[in-house]
Write a protein that binds this ligand. Structure first.
Ligand SMILES: *Cc1c(COP(=O)(O)O)cnc(C)c1O
Length: 239
């Protein structure tokens, strides 16, 4: 039986619309839209959707499960894709990350840095990393406690296969924009402190479909956008 090919024309409309909304948020904040990039978050969407997104010019994709990167990378072996890990990472996944990921945005502990460094050395490569900082009081959120950032940055110098490029955070889930914004502001302030300490961290990954204008107002250089591009997620894959 012949199935009709899926129609992904909505992706083009969503992609154009989100870029316009990001640009508008930049202008509202008095910032140059060229300073803010969009990381499409393709978690739970299959290889066919990613392929359609690539046809629109997307080349980097955020995923929160290494197992999912593995299966999509296999299905899309013919594509030059940069896989970006944005979810909580167990150390036993370091081998696959060192092999498959172009970047990790969820580095939050030295044990993980050590595991990644060891595997990267075996692969003979380096990896761009962002440090995930916990700016929200929610128990469910991962990330390094902000007070530990200075010591963490100094300690990371020992792992020269990790190129520390910036900071990442998830804001508190709240209907109060001031509470959300405070999380983003804290990340920006932590970067300034790190700079005074001698660590240059050009990238700030913060903001998602529901809160990116606030993140851009607080200095985001990159917003991680899932549902506004790909639509509502249905839980299709488990790790
Ligand atoms: C899923 C996810 C996103 C994207 O969320 P949307 O609300 O769908 O835009 C961004 N960052 C992280 C860490 C995620 O897990």
């Amino acid at each position: 039986m012949n199935e009709a090919p899926n129609d992904y024309t909505y992706l083009a409309a969503h992609w154009t619309a989100i870029r316009e909304r990001v640009d508008a948020a930049c202008r509202a904040a008095g910032r140059d839209p060229a300073e803010v990039s969009i990381l499409p978050v393709s978690k739970t969407f299959g290889p066919d959707v990613v392929r359609a997104a690539m046809a629109l010019g997307m080349t980097r994709f955020g995923e929160n499960k290494v197992q999912e990167i593995r299966s999509k990378a296999e299905a899309l072996a013919d594509c030059a894709i940069e896989w970006v890990v944005i979810g909580h990472l167990q150390t036993n996944k370091a081998k696959d990350v060192a092999r498959l990921a172009s970047e990790v945005q969820s580095l939050d502990r030295l044990e993980l840095a050590e595991a990644l460094h060891r595997r990267l050395q075996l692969e003979g490569r380096t990896l761009d990393v962002l440090i995930e900082v916990k700016t929200s009081p929610e128990e469910s959120k991962h990330g390094l406690p902000p007070a530990q950032l200075p010591a963490f940055l100094d300690a990371l110098a020992a792992y020269d296969s990790l190129r520390v490029r910036g900071l990442m955070t998830l804001a508190v889930q709240s209907v109060d924009p001031a509470a959300v914004r405070a999380c983003f502001r804290q990340l920006h302030q932590l970067r300034a402190q790190a700079k005074a300490q001698g660590h240059d961290l050009p990238r700030l990954s913060m903001g998602m479909s529901g809160d990116f204008p606030l993140a851009i107002a607080e200095g985001a250089t990159e917003v991680r956008i899932g549902s506004a591009i790909f639509g509502q997620r249905h839980p299709v894959t488990a790790q």
